[in-house]
Write a new protein. Structure first.
Length: 224
């Protein structure tokens, strides 16, 4: 099974539409240039929409760790991360007022502890609290965490395909004149679009968009 460490590209969207015979047949026409331009716009836009609707910013983690700075913890020493933090490589927690690095399991705990076993990211930290013989960490704007931010390091294959299909729908819906694009034939009905590019049949292309909506709901970040 292939692995997906990036979102679908314009080329991936073009390949999908070609395989479904929704791509202009003449490679020298202006329709192709327009379709490719719209594919690039759609691929980037649908990826942003997926992250926005799921609430994971980002959803797909970058390869290299980056630093984020946070405000104070709660009075109980809890720091909500506002997103996901991957377990690998291990996050580094520090206070920017000094060079101290704090050790997981002694100065703080990543929660929930079993998140990696479930294929999930960490979403908060619990620092040592005064009730447990330590201190409350409450340094506004001084808690720095370096790690890989996101929900996952690789996109689930079905999510990748759903984003690719949704981008394909966006391309076709954005092109005003689809007369040069092959139409779909299903149950004897061959016209999938009218001249202004409005979907007129709830056929294959309609289902492409529904897959995307379903995964946006499935992977939505739950906040309390």
């Amino acid at each position: 099974m292939p692995t997906y460490t990036s979102y679908p590209t314009a080329g991936d969207v073009e390949a999908l539409l070609k395989s479904a015979k929704y791509w202009p047949e003449d490679s020298d026409t202006a329709a192709v240039a327009l379709a490719r331009e719209q594919a690039a716009i759609a691929a980037a836009g649908v990826a942003r929409e997926f992250e926005s609707r799921t609430g994971w910013l980002p959803f797909l983690a970058k390869a290299e760790p980056t630093a984020r700075v946070f405000d104070a913890t709660t009075g109980e020493g809890v720091l909500e991360l506002g997103g996901g933090l991957l377990a690998t490589p291990a996050p580094v927690v520090s206070l920017t007022e000094g060079a101290s690095v704090y050790q997981e399991g002694k100065s703080y705990w990543l929660q929930s502890a079993n998140a990696p076993d479930q294929g999930l990211p960490y979403t908060r930290l619990q620092f040592v609290h005064s009730l447990f013989g330590g201190r409350v960490w409450s340094y506004p704007n001084r808690i720095t965490i370096t790690g890989r931010w996101g929900y996952c390091a690789e996109l689930p294959p079905d999510v990748w395909v759903a984003i690719q299909k949704k981008a394909g729908v966006e391309v076709l819906a954005s092109i005003e004149n689809l007369q040069s694009i092959a139409s779909i034939s299903q149950d004897g009905f061959s016209k999938a679009y009218d001249i202004v590019g409005i979907i007129t049949q709830k056929d294959v292309l309609d289902r492409w968009g529904k897959d995307f909506d379903r995964f946006c709901t499935r992977y939505a970040r739950v906040t309390v």
